[in-house]
Design a protein around this ligand. Structure first.
Ligand SMILES: NC(=O)C1=CN([C@@H]2O[C@H](COP(=O)(O)OP(=O)(O)OC[C@H]3O[C@@H](n4cnc5c(N)ncnc54)[C@H](OP(=O)(O)O)[C@@H]3O)[C@@H](O)[C@H]2O)C=CC1
Ligand SMILES: Cc1cn([C@H]2C[C@H](O)[C@@H](COP(=O)(O)OP(=O)(O)O[C@H]3O[C@@H](C)C(=O)[C@@H](O)[C@H]3O)O2)c(=O)[nH]c1=O
Ligand SMILES: [Mg+2]
Length: 295
């Protein structure tokens, strides 16, 4: 299988590239090869690639910054996926496009099904939601895979922020009223590649909208506590993690209070592994170099 991967330098992209090998060739243009902020160049670039499937792991992911940079967020998260999906459809190759729990407003009070109504609270979520619609409108075979709270060894993420703050501070104050499920980039990469392989193998698979996170649920505070607890002996010092309310941690972008995703349909159809989020966190912490814990 040969994949065209957009966003190969990001968290998901770098994990995906680790899985390349004899049976899995991955072409991953960088920003210098293909600047997605110039989306009019996408069609010709994609047309020139001999690949079986496209995976879009590129995005504008700075949730707060998006509030003051909506134009760029919408180019990368809405226009780019639309153009990629059109280019994929023109070639007759399927697309795996990654989206987010932030398309929901978090008021359902139960895990969201893929068919539940979307209602993004901020610019990032709105731009990703527009991207989902653009992918569907292109009419090709595409899976829109929503995930949440992605972290891993590569790039910036909440786990790494907590490990840095643990080195710098004695007390970490973290919101305990936003519920969801952390997702290890390794498990997400495996899920994306499983779906890509299935779309390539089975032309009758017409895709659709699916959810994938690790199993279980917590809050950002619960996630922070687990990071500190599992990293435990490796940390130079153990900070106290104090639960706070969202009202006490003002941010430019509003986030959903409960964005748990129901992944049952995805697991039934694509049969990927869904490790528990704590086990996935422990496995991820084991991969980190010593300097992340002490400095
Ligand atoms: N991070 C998270 O918590 C979550 C992420 N998602 C979604 O998962 C997907 C993967 O996210 P993640 O791996 O965390 O993203 P990252 O922010 O780690 O990576 C984003 C990627 O997009 C690329 N990119 C951004 N702008 C451009 C540009 N102008 N031209 C070319 N490439 C560009 C980046 O390249 P460069 O390195 O050059 O900047 C990078 O490779 C995204 O669709 C995201 O919305 C969904 C839920 C949670
Ligand atoms: C750093 C920090 C954050 N927080 C809060 C802020 C926020 O409500 C919550 C999460 O913080 P972050 O800003 O790191 O996470 P955020 O950027 O909102 O993460 C999101 O990223 C995008 C790309 C997604 O698609 C989402 O699934 C989700 O992963 O924790 C604290 O309470 N204390 C802290 O010290
Ligand atoms: Mg962030």
């Amino acid at each position: 299988m040969k994949i065209l991967l957009l966003g190969g330098t990001g968290q998901l992209g770098r994990e995906s590239l680790l899985r390349a090998g004899p049976g899995l060739r991955i072409v991953a243009p960088t920003r210098r090869d293909l600047d997605l902020a110039q989306p009019e160049t996408i069609a010709a670039y994609v047309a020139g690639q001999d690949v079986d499937v496209i995976v879009n792991a590129a995005a504008y992911t700075a949730v707060d910054k998006a509030e003051s940079e909506p134009d760029l967020a919408f180019v990368l998260n809405a226009e780019v996926p639309g153009r990629l999906a059109a280019a994929a459809a023109a070639k007759g190759v399927p697309l795996v496009h990654v989206s987010t729990d932030y398309v929901f407003d978090g008021t359902k009070g139960a895990p969201y099904l893929p068919s539940d109504p979307v209602a993004p609270l901020g610019v990032y979520g709105a731009s990703k939601e527009a991207g989902e619609r653009a992918v569907r409108a292109a009419g090709g075979r595409a899976v829109v895979l929503r995930t949440a709270w992605v972290y891993g060894p590569f790039g910036g993420n909440f786990m790494k922020t907590m490990l840095r703050l643990a080195r710098e501070r004695d007390v970490l104050c973290v919101v305990d009223d936003q519920r969801g499920t952390p997702t290890a980039s390794a498990d997400l990469a495996a899920a994306c590649l499983t779906i890509a392989a299935r779309l390539v193998r089975d032309p009758e698979d017409h895709g659709g909208t699916f959810h994938f996170t690790n199993a279980g649920e917590t809050t950002w505070c619960g996630f922070a506590r687990a990071i500190v607890e599992i990293a435990g002996p490796r940390l130079a010092k153990t900070p106290e993690v104090v639960a706070i309310a969202t009202a006490d941690y003002p941010t430019p972008a509003e986030r959903p209070a409960d964005s748990r995703l129901d992944c049952a349909a995805t697991l039934a159809r694509y049969q990927m592994a869904q490790p528990d989020w704590r086990a996935a966190l422990a496995a991820t912490l084991d991969r980190l170099p010593e300097e992340v814990f002490r400095s």
